[in-house]
Structures are given as structure tokens and as C-alpha cells.
Design a protein. Structure first.
Length: 653
């Protein structure tokens, strides 16, 4: 009944705004969201919208808002003109013996989605994705009755304007009530109650609005995307549970991050305890090695030989490659792992013409690529071959070759495969998970990720891996359920490639467009010298005054830093655990690890030590921009792990 009621209001709002033919469809669609939200009144100008005047007034308990549609930032003169118009309109309104204060009106500029216009202190900026949230999240200023009186008075003055009110929408006749509260109230109470439970319980929380994503039927590969904190992994776990309760066969949850499977295994076991034995939670490399052992395919993963091979190759090519601006040996190791082997490139000719997605800040012309192949990649590979050793990328290639030659049989296959953090997968890894799921257009493969959270070099598209999402098999989550508002606002300010790739050539949704559910939160940031961190960090954790059962994480960018701060906290008397050994059950220990190991996880409090990314990425070029964007994405991932409390130390030396 609640859904029918909401749909009826939505249809009514659409019909009312359809009559405002002087408004373009996009602007009518934007305003529809406001009319379907309880308590709102809308006064619409009869004149075509102009960037220099008010197009509508919106009134609710949170205040009075003057709305203007713009495509470019308003000039100071225009801003003054619009404010003067709005204040003069409401200046004469008197209600119950009190005078309305005209300068309390908020100016709101409504912009197209993707616009870079930002709020400048004197006005608000909103688009279709966040319009209702921005106007509704403010503190209440008036009682509901006073809002109605004010709207009535304003409508008398603006007698040529169209007055639309949520209260005028058609109501569904109530036949019978089975309790004291409306279904909408119960759902809202359930949401807040779940979010306020201990953090481990919240991890398996599902908002009722996300239920359609759990129960939707897909006829082939599908994708769930959305910014950090929107519940992508939670929806995926519920989808797995929904599937195994209705289908036979095993399901696989895999990811590039080796710590995540154990972390999510516990949550899934609580959702579907009777089917936990049919669910496999393994990192992709671990699954590949287990599969190759089962098939009797010989391999020798030897990281010591890999390191020696890189050192030998660097002695031959380091003087040349080391002089390429904004690169180091790590960059060229990634060139082999994420481009050459990551894409399954077998010949120099293919390498010379392949697109290097995500690494185009450093331009490699054909001659330079030939040098890389002959003097960097081949010497590295010859050392491995001579020792009979393999690297992690070889393990993926061996698994792809084996499944291609002999597909999984009925004892090995999976009825459903879920891939988390898919944005970090190489092309060969995408091909492997597709083959594990059956490899066909009807494969039950669910890909979960967010391009803005990519923290590994390179990239590819789903179509390159032969994965099609034709038939609208993509779902986008927008609402942030994880971070309290202060934490989310801090993370949203990070310039981390807001032009988000959806992994198939289209535009994704950036974190800045994700509205919060949880109010409150605390954020502390500071600039410190590196030698100060050892003393500051333990004191900061104590000063945060966190609840005894709060899950706390210290997140850094490098493994050497993680080892260092583990020792620092242990000496300070804290009980600690490396993130690599964390499975979600060790609540009272402070977890310490890199941003790569923290991906996909959530903590009540996060303490992050990092360099500060440049503030204007657009001014950087080449490899400097690539590095700055990566650092910004790492900062976004680290800060968005925090639910209630965030502490960031920017190291300045």
C-alpha cells in the first residue's frame, strides 16, 4: 500500500509539472522530486526560466528557498539582483502578528548534473541527484502549520504564479490499519535502528529501498556500482543469500583484495547460515592456485625470484627508464603487471599499439615501447623462465588457459560468481572471472565496484573482456549509508577524478553526489612533520574518546608504514592487529594496514597518515598528474572507511 501511495503522488507531481510547458523537461523532472517529499510547497513563476531571476520558491520546515536555473556561475551583480527580488517578494509578509525575516531566504542555483559550479557561501548549488537532500537536510526553522500559512500568504502576493503543494497530492484510502504506525515510519525507524546498532550488525544492514536490487532477475552479467558507502557489497551479499535460498549449486565471492573474502564470509554466514557451505569466499589468486593444483597444472610462485628478476632487468634498463620524468622502478613494474601481463600481451607488436588505459599520463611512443619490451620485460621474463618461476600474473594466465581448454565441470563450477572491487581487476582477471561464471552471455556474474576507488594502476573496460551488460543489467546506488555527514562531507571535497568511469565507457556517480543518511560525525585534520606522528597518533586515539567497542583502524599508504605504526601503537600499550589478519571478528584490537588492504571495509573510527594530494589536479600533466590522482583516490578510499570519527594527519616533510 505504501508503494502504491508513493507512485500515485509521483504521477500526480509529474502531471502537475507537465502543465508548466515553459519549463524544459529536465527542469520539470528535477522539481518533481521536491513535490513527492512530504511537507513541501512550490511556487512556480509563469515566465520562462532565466539565469538572472527566480524561477520558483520552495517552502518547508527547513526554510524558504529561491530557485534559479543556471549553467554558469552567477556574477556578483546577478547574485545581488536575485537576492533583492526574493527579499522584496517576502518583505511584506506578516503572519499571526509576526514579520517574516526576508534575508533568511536561501538562494539555490540548480545546475545540470556534472557541472563544476560549487557553493560559494552565499548560495547553495544543487543538481538532480542531490536537490531534495540539500534542501531537506537543514535544521527545521518553522512548524508545519507556519509553513502552510507562509505559503498561502506568498501565493496571494504572487497571484500569477502556480502554487503546488505535497499536501494537495491524492491520498490512498486506508481500508485497515494493522498497527499504530505507517509503513513508511516503520521502515524509517528500522533503518535508523539498524544503523545505530553495533558496527558488525550494521555491516549486514539492508535499506528497504535497496530490495529491488537484491531480487532483480538478470539474464546475464550484471553490475552494481555507486560511490563509497552506498552499500554495494551489502547488496551483493544479500543477492548471494537470496540466490542460494532459491537455487542449487555453489556461489563464489572473489576480489583482487585478499583480505576482503574472509571479512565478508562472516556477514554472509549470518544472512544464509544454512547455505554457507555452498559459498566460497576466496581472493582470485588464491582461487586460481587452488584450481591449478586440483587440475594438476604445475606452477612455481616464487616472489623472491620475482624480486631478483626485476633487479637484474633494472640494471640493464634503469639508466634509461629511470630518466623518464615522473617514473620510478615501481611504475615500470606496474607496466609489466598491469599492462603487458595484465592484458595478456604476448608480442611486441601488440604491445606497441595497445591502449594503456589509466596510464596515459606518461606517453610511450612506439620506439620507447620497443625499448621497454626488449630491455625491461624480456630480461625480467628470461630470469623467471630460467628459474622455472612464476609471478602472480602468470598464475592468472595459467588459469585462463586451463579453463579455456577444459571448462569447469559439474563438480567445479559455480551457479553464481560475485566480484567485489572490480575496478581494480586487470583485463586477464576479468576474463578469468567471466570464464569461472561460464563465459557466455547468460553467465550469472555480478560485478561490484566504483571507478573512483581504483587504487591500482591501469584499467580496462568490461567490453574488452567480452562481458556485455546489454539489457539494462546495471544498477547504481547513490545514497550513503556508511559515513556520518561530517565524514562524508570531508571525503566529498577530495578531488579524486570525479569523472568516474563505470568500467564500460559510460559516466559513473561520484562520491560528491551521494547524500548521507547518518547525521553528525567528527573530523580532525592537521599538518605534521613525519617525526611528530609517532607521538601524535597514540595521543589522538586516546583523545578521540571512542566507545570501548568501537572498531578502530589506522590506515597508511605503504606496507613499511603499517609495520612502523603497529610497533608504535604496541609500545604505547594498545592491542593491535595487522589488517591482513583481520576477518571482521576482532573488534577490540586496533587494525593497522595499507589503504589497499582496507578497501571494502568499514570502521567506526579511522586514523589516516598520508601525504596531501595537490589541490588542483587539472594544472598537472604527465606522470605527475597520474601520481596525484592515485594519491587522491587513496585518500578518498581511506577517509571514506570511517563511519563516525575521522582523523587525518598530512605529513609535510
Amino acid at each position: 500500500m505504501a508503494n502504491i501511495h508513493r507512485e500515485r503522488i509521483a504521477r500526480w507531481a509529474e502531471q502537475q509539472l507537465a502543465e508548466q510547458r515553459h519549463l524544459p523537461p529536465q527542469q520539470r523532472r528535477l522539481l518533481t522530486g521536491l513535490l513527492t517529499t512530504p511537507g513541501w510547497h512550490l511556487l512556480l513563476s509563469p515566465r520562462p526560466p532565466s539565469a538572472s531571476r527566480v524561477a520558483a520558491y520552495a517552502l518547508s520546515r527547513t526554510g524558504v528557498f529561491a530557485l534559479t536555473f543556471v549553467a554558469t556561475p552567477p556574477s556578483p551583480e546577478t547574485l545581488l539582483t536575485i537576492r533583492r527580488e526574493a527579499e522584496q517578494t517576502f518583505a511584506r509578509l506578516s503572519i499571526s502578528g509576526t514579520q517574516f525575516v526576508p534575508h533568511s531566504i536561501e538562494l539555490v542555483f540548480l545546475v545540470p548534473y556534472g557541472s563544476r559550479i560549487t557553493a560559494a557561501g552565499r548560495y547553495l548549488v544543487a543538481n538532480e541527484t542531490n536537490f531534495v537532500h540539500i534542501l531537506s537536510r537543514r535544521d527545521n526553522r518553522m512548524r508545519t502549520e507556519r509553513v502552510a500559512e507562509l505559503a498561502t500568504a506568498a501565493a496571494e502576493i504572487l497571484n500569477s504564479w502556480q502554487w503546488l503543494s505535497w499536501g494537495d497530492a491524492p491520498r490512498t484510502e486506508t481500508i485497515e490499519s494493522t498497527g499504530l504506525f505507517a509503513a513508511e515510519d516503520i521502515a524509517a525507524d528500522a533503518r535508523l535502528a539498524a544503523l545505530r546498532k553495533p558496527f558488525s550488525d550494521w555491516m549486514t544492514f539492508l535499506d528497504p529501498e535497496q530490495l529491488p536490487h537484491v531480487t532483480a532477475t538478470f539474464t546475464g552479467p550484471a553490475r552494481i556500482s555507486g560511490p563509497a558507502g552506498t552499500g554495494k557489497s551489502v547488496v551483493a551479499l544479500h543477492r548471494m543469500a537470496h540466490f542460494v535460498k532459491r537455487n542449487s549449486g555453489r556461489v563464489l565471492f572473489t576480489t583482487f583484495v585478499k583480505t576482503l573474502p574472509a571479512y565478508h564470509r562472516r556477514g554472509f554466514a549470518r544472512l544464509a547460515p544454512d547455505a554457507a557451505n555452498r559459498a566460497v569466499f576466496l581472493g582470485l589468486h588464491a582461487w586460481a592456485m587452488k584450481f591449478l593444483n586440483h587440475r594438476g597444472v604445475e606452477f612455481n610462485l616464487d616472489t623472491d625470484v620475482v624480486d631478483v628478476a626485476f633487479k637484474h632487468a633494472w640494471t640493464r634498463s634503469g639508466k634509461v627508464l629511470g630518466n623518464v620524468k615522473d617514473t620510478d622502478i615501481g611504475y615500470w613494474r606496474d607496466e609489466i603487471s598491469r599492462v603487458i601481463k595484465g592484458r595478456g600481451i604476448a608480442t611486441k607488436d601488440v604491445y606497441k599499439r595497445v591502449p594503456r588505459k589509466g596510464r596515459d599520463g606518461i606517453s610511450l611512443v612506439a620506439a620507447r615501447r620497443e625499448y621497454v619490451w626488449e630491455n625491461w620485460y624480456l630480461p625480467y621474463q628470461r630470469t623467471l623462465d630460467k628459474a622455472g618461476a612464476h609471478d602472480f600474473d602468470d598464475i592468472i594466465a595459467l588459469a585462463v588457459a586451463e579453463i579455456t581448454a577444459r571448462p569447469l565441470d559439474s563438480t567445479e563450477n559455480f551457479a553464481m560468481v560475485v566480484v567485489d572491487e572490480v575496478q581494480d581487476f586487470t583485463l586477464m582477471q576479468l576474463r578469468l572471472v567471466h570464464l569461472i561464471a561460464g563465459g557466455g552471455p547468460d553467465a550469472q556474474l555480478l560485478l561490484v565496484g566504483d571507478g573512483q576507488q581504483q587504487v591500482y594502476a591501469g584499467g580496462c573496460t568490461l567490453s574488452e573482456a567480452g562481458i556485455s551488460l546489454a539489457g539494462a543489467r546495471g544498477r547504481v546506488l547513490r545514497k550513503n549509508y556508511r559515513n556520518c555527514e561530517a565524514v562524508l562531507t570531508y571525503s566529498q571535497r577530495i578531488e579524486a577524478s570525479n569523472a568516474v568511469d563505470d568500467l564500460d565507457g559510460g559516466a559513473g556517480i561520484a562520491l560528491r553526489d551521494s547524500p548521507p543518511v547518518l547525521p553528525g560525525g567528527r573530523v580532525v585534520d592537521m599538518h605534521v612533520a613525519r617525526h611528530e606522528v609517532d607521538g601524535l597518533l597514540p595521543n589522538a586515539i586516546r583523545a578521540a574518546d571512542l566507545p570501548p567497542d568501537a572498531e578502530v583502524a589506522v590506515i597508511v599508504n605503504f606496507a613499511s608504514e603499517a609495520a612502523r605504526y603497529l610497533r608504535v601503537l604496541q609500545r604505547a600499550g594498545f592491542s593491535t592487529r595487522a589488517l591482513e589478519a583481520y576477518d571482521g571478528s576482532q573488534v577490540h584490537e586496533i587494525k593497522v594496514g595499507t589503504v589497499h588492504r582496507a578497501k571494502g571495509m568499514d570502521f567506526a573510527a579511522v586514523f589516516h597518515v598520508t601525504d596531501e594530494p595537490p589541490t588542483e589536479l587539472s594544472r598537472l600533466t604527465g606522470g605527475a598528474r597520474d601520481r596525484a590522482e592515485m594519491l587522491a583516490r587513496q585518500l578518498l578510499v581511506a577517509t571514506s572507511r570511517a563511519r563516525d570519527y575521522l582523523w587525518v594527519a598530512y605529513v609535510v616533510d
